[in-house]
Design a binder for this molecule. Structure first.
Ligand SMILES: NC(=O)c1ccc[n+]([C@@H]2O[C@H](COP(=O)([O-])OP(=O)(O)OC[C@H]3O[C@@H](n4cnc5c(N)ncnc54)[C@H](OP(=O)(O)O)[C@@H]3O)[C@@H](O)[C@H]2O)c1
Length: 332
């Protein structure tokens, strides 16, 4: 049999496991031109929360009572498509099913000899590409500048900080535990870190760690941390609005300080970033990330949860910061 995970409810506020339903179906048979895929690693990502709302976005919302989908690395079990062979591994946007058929469109072959399969959903996948292209397209980092990144020990944030160091910047990370702060400094080479959960006054803490002000802010969390960064932003500063996880479970958008004055007086550029706008540049981005990985200039962390049934819980755990680096589920 073939387990599948459906979206059962559109969550209000924080999602829970009861918003998902498990069903069992017959294992599908591939038609002419199709492949049969077996899921190996499933990526769970904060942006999936947005797809659970019935609102227009840069990507279609999930439909109720239909399978959830995310980035998945799968093995080709049967192939009726001359572009793929049994035993190939592929990466693509696939459904939360143990087995599924595919036409092969949108799938990329991945090589497990070059990198561990899980890395194609992290540092060599959308995560790494987001970090790299966010900085390239909006950050415009210059040597000697101060880069601040939130969600610093997470999948995107940990890569952002390391790229900042490659570019010769002073890099300050913001994350949610002392253990994570230690990791971003010891493993990823950040210069300093701030635990936002134990810091009373983020503005003051940023001022202390960024005595020359902040030139570039890679924002993964939004909300009050963004407000504190804006109090310390430099003239011609750049803010990359990549994510706003602190707001994803809010039903109403909370109001905060107005940033127009700062943006105008300091000629700051604040720009929303959606990695999918740059699909044509994914190839060069992966190539650069692979080079840095092979040269030992970047490294990565993963939290790998085991078992297909754990996929919804692994997703929910992102909102409690239970992951270190990329959150993945290994499916047998
Ligand atoms: N724009 C794009 O194209 C694009 C693409 C990929 C990802 N993103 C965004 O980038 C961000 C990071 O994604 P990711 O996949 O790398 O996830 P991640 O950072 O690996 O995981 C999420 C992390 O967010 C932190 N967090 C959770 N709730 C928080 C809160 N209320 N305030 C502050 N931090 C909180 C947690 O770490 P702590 O322990 O530090 O709290 C958690 O580990 C997300 O906002 C995501 O939506 C955007």
């Amino acid at each position: 049999m073939n387990k599948t995970i459906l979206l059962k409810n559109r969550p209000k506020g924080r999602p829970s496991t009861s918003d998902f339903a498990f069903i069992e179906e017959e294992k599908p048979a591939p038609k002419e031109g199709e492949l049969l895929l077996k899921a190996k690693y499933v990526s769970v990502d904060p942006y999936l929360r947005g797809r659970m709302r019935d609102t227009k976005s840069y990507i279609e919302p999930f439909k109720l009572d239909e399978p959830v989908e995310s980035g998945i690395v799968a093995e080709v079990i049967e192939s009726n498509n001359s572009n793929f062979e049994k035993g190939d591994f592929v990466n693509g946007m696939l459904q939360w099913k143990q087995y599924q058929t595919s036409s092969g469109n949108g799938l990329n072959k991945v090589n497990k000899e070059t990198a561990p399969l899980s890395a194609y959903l992290g540092v060599l996948g959308l995560t790494g590409i987001t970090a790299y292209l966010g900085l390239e397209k909006i950050g415009n980092l210059k040597e000697g500048e101060t880069l601040v990144v939130s969600g610093a020990s997470g999948a995107v944030g940990s890569i952002v900080g390391q790229i900042g160091k490659i570019k010769g910047c002073n890099v300050i990370g913001i994350a949610g535990s002392d253990e994570k702060i230690k990791t971003i400094k010891d493993k990823f080479g950040f210069d300093e870190g701030i635990n936002y959960k134990t810091t009373q006054d983020m503005s003051k803490a940023l001022k202390k760690h960024c005595p020359d002000g902040i030139d570039v802010y890679f924002d993964n969390v939004g909300g009050e941390i963004l407000d504190a960064v804006m109090n310390n932003i430099n003239k011609y500063g750049r803010v990359i609005n990549c994510g706003a996880i602190s707001l994803y479970n809010e039903s109403e958008t909370p109001t905060g300080p107005r940033h127009e004055g700062t943006l105008i007086k300091k000629s700051v550029r604040m720009q929303g970033f959606t990695v999918r706008d740059f699909v044509k540049e994914f190839g060069p981005a992966i190539s650069q990330l692979s080079t840095w990985l092979n040269e030992g200039k970047i490294t990565f962390s993963e939290t790998i949860v085991e078992g297909f049934d754990q996929i919804p819980q692994a997703f929910l755990d992102l909102f409690d910061g239970k992951n270190k680096g990329k959150m993945l589920v290994k499916v047998y």
